[in-house]
Design a binder for this molecule. Structure first.
Ligand SMILES: *Cc1c(COP(=O)(O)O)cnc(C)c1O
Length: 231
């Protein structure tokens, strides 16, 4: 694990990338939030995030996040960004403040049910595979309108917006196109269902510039902040 000064240096570099990308697309820096991705890093990663003033962390496994949350008490938002098996939905609802990786109707129904049982209004994003990457989870673009129609009627869920992971490709245009598709999809859905859907969670270490250019409101960054993951 890197030390805190090194993390601060990395954070400054990420912030400079964000500032530059925002400048190029005429956006204000405050319109893009940074979600530090602490998965596969020890709890120090979470402490660093808090110490530097960040208010949320991204984790990709329920058990890991639950263990870390136990040893960590400060006020912080926990966001699930990895695929969730529906048999772990109940635990996920207990551990996370928002689930970004909602990728099936079955999971959606379970989350609504468990959120109700736990007396919680659960924030979610629908994960959409706009890059048509066979290795990625997420709804196909054409499925999303009917899914969101169902999700918006669920009493215990709050649909904040959409999330995508771009395909890995050396050509930055590939990620750029996936991000633009998500933005357009959000705009269409927002108009059609008359809901704001403010969150567009897209962009990671390798492609945050393209994501910001396409309208990302939240980038999820692990490697550029913490270095390579340890396990
Ligand atoms: C791991 C992960 C990230 C962070 O990726 P980096 O390339 O390390 O910045 C972002 N989003 C999701 C969904 C992830 O699983």
């Amino acid at each position: 694990m890197i030390n805190y000064p090194k993390y601060e240096e990395n954070l400054s570099l990420v912030r400079a990338r964000v500032a530059r990308a925002c400048e190029l697309s005429g956006r204000s820096e405050s319109s893009v939030s940074l979600l530090p991705v602490t998965k596969n890093h020890p709890v120090e990663a979470i402490e660093y995030a808090v110490q530097s003033g960040l208010k949320a962390v991204g984790e990709n496994r329920v058990q890991e996040a639950s263990d870390k949350r136990d040893s960590y008490t400060d006020e912080l938002r926990w966001e699930l960004i990895g695929h969730l098996q529906s048999n772990k939905a109940q635990d996920a609802v207990a551990v996370f403040d928002r689930i970004q990786s909602v990728d099936s109707l079955k999971l959606l129904r379970r989350l609504d049910r468990f959120a109700g049982e736990q007396g919680k209004k659960l924030a979610i994003l629908l994960q959409c595979n706009t890059g048509k990457d066979p290795n990625k989870y997420g709804f196909a673009e054409e499925e999303v309108p009917s899914v969101i129609e169902v999700a918006l009627k669920m009493p215990n869920l709050q649909v904040d917006g959409l999330m995508t992971i771009a395909p890995l490709d050396d050509d930055p245009k590939v990620a750029g196109a996936a991000f633009k598709s998500l933005r357009v999809l959000r705009d269409v859905l927002s108009e059609r269902f008359a809901v704001p859907l403010p969150e567009l969670s897209m962009g990671m270490t390798a492609d945050l510039e393209q994501a910001i250019a396409a309208g990302s409101t939240q980038i999820r960054v692990g490697t550029a902040l913490y270095g390579e993951r340890e396990y």
